[in-house]
Design a protein around this ligand. Sequence first.
Ligand code: UDP
Length: 491
Amino acid sequence: MAIKDEQQPLHILFLPFLAPGHLIPVADMAALFAARGVKCTILTTPVNAQVIRSAVDHANDASRGTEGALAIDIAVVPFPDVGLPPGVECGPALNSMEDREKFFHAVQLLRDPFVRFLAENRPDAVVSDSFFVWSADAAAEHGVPRIAFLGSSLFSRACNDTTVRNNPVEAAPDDPDALVLLPGLPHRVVLRRSQMFEPKKRPEHWASMQRGNAADQRSYGEVFNSFHELEPDYLEHYTTTLGRRAWLVGPVALASKDAATRGASNGLSPDANGCLQWLDTKQEGSVVYVSFGTLSHFSPPELRELARGLDMSGKNFVWVIGGGADTEESEWMPDGFAELMAGGDRGLIIRGWAPQMLILTHPAVGGFVTHCGWNSTLEAMSAGVPMVTWPRFADQFYNEKLVVELLKVGVGVGSTDYASKVETRRVIGGEVIAEAIVRVMGDGEDAVAIREKAKELAEKARRAVARGGSSYDDVGRLLDELMARRSSVNV
Ligand code: UDP
């Protein structure tokens, strides 16, 4: 094996999963590493490269004036031909079970270009999405340390680990409302059975969760978009009890030059200025922001109840209608809602991409109705905005527990059903939604306490990424270790 000059910068290859919620934090993380003198390459396919192109361009513009900073490369590889229509390469574009199966086949086929890159470039490490389970063996075969990344909280990763190893759902009574205790965690974490993934319903997915957990366990370690002060008990649990190595480098969006203006600057949100000007006319803390990320789908009855809830809450609102935007308005708009919107004063609906970071950090925004995707959750925490939690699937029910029960910076809307696009769930009434919004944005003692906690957390997040903060130091710790490893491999 050729010896690497120790004067050469570290080279890290990033392999993000093909969905915006995975790509965006990876681009921000690469920006953070590149600013510290690391050569970063992100390997992805053409449509997915577009999702992060502006983040990378911004980081590279900023690095030109900064001593020691390096530019980020995107290594674009063709999306494997698996029979999907041209341009369908990314999670949100998949609309049927058949398309999903083809997509996951393509995910397997990306092993070839990944291996070619390792052989030709010999990076010092690879930060691979946990969903690319095959990258563990591929990286090991090339003697490259694999650092896992899933873009989730340590808390939810710990919940996932105990679930995958102990399968507590299997042992629970066959009743959707049965309570399931997740064993071996620092806190008593209990979910309803209906809020959990059912291994028996999707055995292949369950098996791949197990393989994924095992692959991450035998990897070099794991990077987290989180920070020590946010979930210290789970950092301790992950490292001491589970014996896994972790570096917490977030919130990466706070450290990124692009994130603050994301959407406004990349042309994805043509109405960004209009939205911000509208917010400028509103009183501090008077607007609730409603968005469910890039993958959540709402049925017409759910949209109708949400519209009723926003109306009944009495609060101003910015509502991003993503999944379900294709649904005819006549199918879901409740009586009087069109008139409410026509007034232009109470609410704004955004169809498509919203400049989320700009909205969350606007002083007019006082609450966030969220699906608890980890990026959105952490972005709200970083902005000091309390949450109304409405999880749908994946790690979102775990993130809700962290937000509502452990950190106490949010109130749950009462979501009970784990269901992705293809399954159905119980509809939550508008009255309940309105009540939850008022519980975080009203004048009650609880609301005041939640708001104070949210502000404290934002301050801790800001300190973590600043020079000398815990996340800043964890980045340095990881880079030092990788450099030391290079020296020892060279010996
Ligand atoms: N996002 C955005 N504008 C939108 C929708 C999403 O900027 O209209 C960003 C959001 O700020 C976050 C990411 O997309 O960084 C969504 O990730 P998350 O983990 O919250 O949810 P997912 O889409 O993965 O379910």
